[in-house]
Design a protein around this ligand. Structure first.
Ligand SMILES: [Zn+2]
Ligand SMILES: [Zn+2]
Length: 270
């Protein structure tokens, strides 16, 4: 039986004879249903016309995304940590070339995902690398469209994946919104992998925090302050966002602090 993927968000559903009646992730007010109607594909059909491209940003940190862009169009990262490589965030497209290339980097030890828009084909990724755990924040459990024993629904404010890689619960865009703090960079500067929990802006000097990005719905000042406080507790120089070109390569912590102050001021609650 095929496991259908939503073409708008890339979420894969449990195998079934027919596609589900709707995609709850796209029907949610944070997303949108394909204007030409809900549509579905499969991983095989996707792989027939798409491929993944890789880019190394620094030693031990590779980004990958799908060409031509599919669904939300985000990138994922392979991050070298003390327990082995961690896949940060996820993309729907997975093929033999991707598996071979990541195997060449040493395979994967774990997967961690910032929020439900990037859950995509996480179960396929886990199986391709030996049934490795997929760490998702438990506050977003209702958005899991394909349950599987590989899923680790963690609770609380932080989860140490490795001595040099910790998941931080930040909230915001989704109640379980998570970022990855990596301290394994060659220059020992901290790195924040922010998904779209802290969305790196096109100026590459600031971030923003929205409840919905496609529908442009803000968070409250209190929520932005809360995320700001959680990120201020971390030491980091660089911030890598969810999309190509969206990275802050120096003074990232100060950029986040400045952004939080400005947004709270604009929200009229300074
Ligand atoms: Zn969807
Ligand atoms: Zn999102």
């Amino acid at each position: 039986m095929p496991a259908f993927l939503c073409t708008t968000c890339g979420a894969q559903f449990a195998p079934a004879e027919a596609p589900p009646p709707a995609c709850p992730i796209c029907e949610d007010a944070r997303q949108y249903v394909n204007p030409s109607g809900q549509s579905w594909t499969t991983l095989d059909a996707l792989a027939a016309g798409h491929w993944n491209g890789f880019r190394r940003y620094e030693p031990g940190l590779y980004a990958l995304a799908t060409f031509p862009a599919f669904a939300i169009g985000q990138r994922a990262f392979v991050v070298r940590t003390a327990i082995g490589n961690v896949l940060w965030d996820c993309i729907a497209m997975l093929d033999d070339a991707t598996i071979d290339l990541i195997a060449g980097l040493g395979g994967l030890a774990a997967i961690a995902i910032s929020h439900p828009h990037y859950y995509t084909t996480m179960v396929e990724w886990s199986r391709a690398f030996g049934g490795i755990p997929v760490h998702l924040h438990a506050a977003d459990r209702q958005w899991v469209m394909r349950a599987d024993p590989c899923l680790d629904l963690w609770e609380g404010e932080r989860l140490e994946l490795a001595a040099d890689a910790t998941l931080i619960h930040a909230g915001g865009h989704f109640p379980g919104g998570t970022v990855l703090h990596w301290t394994g960079a060659a220059d020992r500067a901290g790195v924040l992998l922010s998904g779209d929990i802290a969305q790196v802006a096109p100026d590459r000097r600031s971030v923003s925090f929205l409840w919905s990005y496609p529908n442009m719905i803000p968070l409250s000042a209190a929520a932005v302050r809360g995320i700001g406080a959680r990120l201020a507790a971390l030491a980091f120089a660089r911030v890598y966002g969810a999309f190509w070109g969206r990275e802050i390569m120096a003074d990232g912590r100060e950029a986040v602090r400045r952004s939080v102050t400005r947004i709270v001021e604009k929200l009229g609650a300074a």
